[in-house]
Design a binder for this molecule. Structure first.
Ligand code: GZL
Length: 342
């Protein structure tokens, strides 16, 4: 429970005791702020719970669904939390509104999964002024003052991209032209920035690599399919499609097959993907995705550990990167997929 709330309860008790001694009928004035956090429920219902306001990007992908589930499975009332969840539908303005609502409700912690890196300074200053710690999860933010957030936990998206490029270097021709379609994620998100930089830098190192098309698939299957359909109409000689998440890859595969071509292992067009969700690895096992780089979404327990540190007066690590693997169609097995948590 936040010190502010604790002190206001002590203050209220002191007044109540004092008034009882004096026989006054005045109601203690200290109710403001005591247990008003999470006021979407009654104050008493959340008085003993740690109230966490979570602003989630949206529900655009299998990865996001797994990330949301991890947070909801972690922050339950029987574990001492009240989770106030907001789905921003991939719009930053909705996340900013949600954060302001969390401040108004005097939550104990704000967790933000930022849709893009910039544009957070003003609202996070408001949270700081309200004395509410902000934990950033998954993608990173670019702010002028990093005291605006207490801790971040997420992935190294650049190294994810480098992992994919290393596979391409080992499995594509080093001499013949390699024509690459680049389906990017949400423009301005850390995941897109890191994964895109890796491919662009990789292509710059190989004179036979040509990025013939580069467009955002917004991390969704529908947009990924739309982009790939359009590119297939323009180019007949495509060697690789580099999809910045599994859902874009699913859309690209649908478009490739609808165009009468094959993809993946021994296919006309190789498919690179990111996230390694259950559905993505199932397509990898089927040989339709050649290489799927993991992006671990199970941040609930990691965020809880940060909050528990703060509750105990400890200082958590400012930046915590999660460990991640990658999966090749030629070596993955059903047993590997079955053993995974998402
Ligand atoms: C990456 C995450 C990305 C996933 C996509 O950490 O932000 O957003 O790669 C999701 O599937 O939409």
């Amino acid at each position: 429970m936040k010190m502010k709330k604790f002190l206001s309860i002590v203050f209220a008790a002191a007044i109540a005791l004092n008034l009882a001694a004096c026989g006054s009928s005045t109601t203690p004035a200290a109710s403001a702020g005591s247990g008003s956090a999470g006021s979407s429920g009654s104050a008493s219902s959340s008085d003993n719970l740690i109230v966490v306001g979570f602003s989630q990007v949206g529900a655009e992908s299998d990865w996001r669904t797994a990330n949301t589930k991890s947070m909801q499975d972690t922050f339950t009332e029987d574990k001492g939390y009240k989770l106030i969840f907001d789905d921003a539908q991939q719009k930053q303005e909705n996340q900013i509104t949600a954060i302001r609502n969390f401040i108004q409700q005097e939550v104990d912690y704000i967790v933000l999964a930022p849709v893009t890196e910039t544009g957070w300074d003003t609202v996070l200053k408001e949270a700081k002024d309200a004395g509410i710690p902000v934990i950033i999860v998954d993608r990173m933010i670019d702010v002028s003052d990093d005291s605006l957030y207490t801790a971040w936990v997420g992935s190294n998206f650049r190294s994810e991209g480098d992992e994919a490029v290393a596979w391409m270097e080992s499995n594509l021709s080093s001499t013949d032209p390699v024509n690459i379609v680049h389906i990017q994620g949400t423009i301005g998100s850390s995941a897109q920035i890191g994964r895109s930089e890796a491919l662009v830098d990789g292509a710059a190192k190989h004179s036979n690599w040509n990025i013939i098309a580069q467009q955002s698939g917004e991390f969704t299957q529908a947009k990924g399919q739309e982009v790939m359909e359009s590119v297939l109409k323009q180019y007949s000689d495509i060697d690789v499609v580099y999809c910045e998440n599994d859902n874009e890859a699913f859309g690209a595969i649908d478009a490739i097959e609808a165009a009468g071509k094959t993809c993946g292992v021994n296919g006309d067009i190789k498919v690179i993907s990111f996230d390694a969700t259950h559905a993505g690895l199932t397509q990898t096992l089927a040989g339709k995705i050649n290489y799927d780089v993991e992006c671990n979404p199970l941040h609930g327990p990691r965020v809880e550990a940060i909050i528990q540190d703060l509750e105990a007066g400890k200082t958590p690590e400012k930046l915590a990167y999660v460990d991640e693997n990658a999966f090749d169609a030629t070596t993955i097995t059903q047993a590997i997929i079955d053993a995974r948590a998402y």
